[in-house]
Design a protein. Structure first.
Length: 273
């Protein structure tokens, strides 16, 4: 089994509603054909973070019961995809290769950032946690450490190979996996959280069996693996993006989301659960 332990589908009515929404959003994207650029894909980063935050709210039972099934795992990412995809389709006529305020990337990122802030605001207003692993300051420290490690990894990657074709999506992907790695390590070593994903749990348990575990804990190996994996994928995708930019940017954006969503989920969950 390679799926997370909490992976599950919502009730049939919600599942059908989500499927219709996804079909409509994909149809709109197919008809409108917005340009896929590094900027437009990087602009989806706040939406990815918002998805992880909303899932943390779901786990803390801080989402209204009527809509809660739309925010479980993996449903929440489909819900966010409907919203972001519909907006992206609506912005298809706008510039997509820069960050001017009226262009598609800026508007897409701005609305996504507003959604993220709203989700974080809901987390602040959530019922007082019974256990609360850390404080917002603690999660902020995890975010800061992740940012520093991602910057170092990106700088090292740039010295080894040319990754300029990945544009803004490359650093987002590296940062997303750094955040997922550091937050998972902190949750496992410092806050007593278990790991729900089997493959990640294998790495953590393997590190826990090493002689270094008593001094360094088990999370360091997971952080190293995530940083190396994120950097390696970006390096591989640089050539792909040069040959097939549309497919390359979209797939690299998906790679970024696999790290960024769970990473933000961890940050928020540590505070509110």
């Amino acid at each position: 089994m390679v799926l997370p332990a909490d992976f599950g589908l919502p009730p049939l009515a919600h599942l059908v509603t989500l499927a219709v929404g996804l079909a409509a959003a994909l149809g709109a994207l197919y008809v409108r054909r917005p340009r896929v650029t590094a900027a437009s894909v990087a602009a989806l980063a706040p939406w990815m973070a918002a998805g992880g935050t909303l899932y943390a709210l779901y786990q803390a039972e801080a989402v209204p019961a009527a809509v809660a099934p739309f925010f479980g795992s993996p449903t929440v990412y489909g819900t966010v995809a409907v919203l972001a995809g519909s907006l992206w389709a609506a912005l298809a006529d706008r510039r997509a290769d820069g960050w001017d305020t009226s262009g598609a990337p800026a508007v897409l990122a701005g609305v996504g950032a507003a959604a993220l802030v709203a989700a974080l605001g809901a987390a602040v207003l959530a019922p007082e946690p019974t256990v609360g692993a850390t404080t917002p300051l603690g999660s902020g420290l995890i975010l800061a450490v992740s940012t520093v490690l991602a910057a170092l990894a990106w700088a090292a990657l740039g010295r080894i190979t040319d990754v300029t074709a990945t544009g803004a999506v490359g650093p987002v992907a590296v940062f997303g996996h750094a955040l997922d790695g550091v937050s998972t390590a902190a949750g496992y070593d410092l806050f007593g959280f278990g790991e729900q994903t089997p493959l990640s749990r294998i790495i953590l348990e393997a590190a826990g069996a090493l002689p270094t575990a008593e001094l360094l804990g088990a999370g360091w190996l997971f952080v190293a693996v995530k940083l190396a994996l994120g950097a390696a994928v970006v390096a591989v995708f640089d050539g792909y993006v040069r040959e097939e930019p549309t497919e390359g940017y979209l797939l690299l954006g998906l790679v970024a989301g696999v790290g960024l969503g769970p990473g933000f989920h961890n940050l928020v969950l540590f505070v509110i659960l």
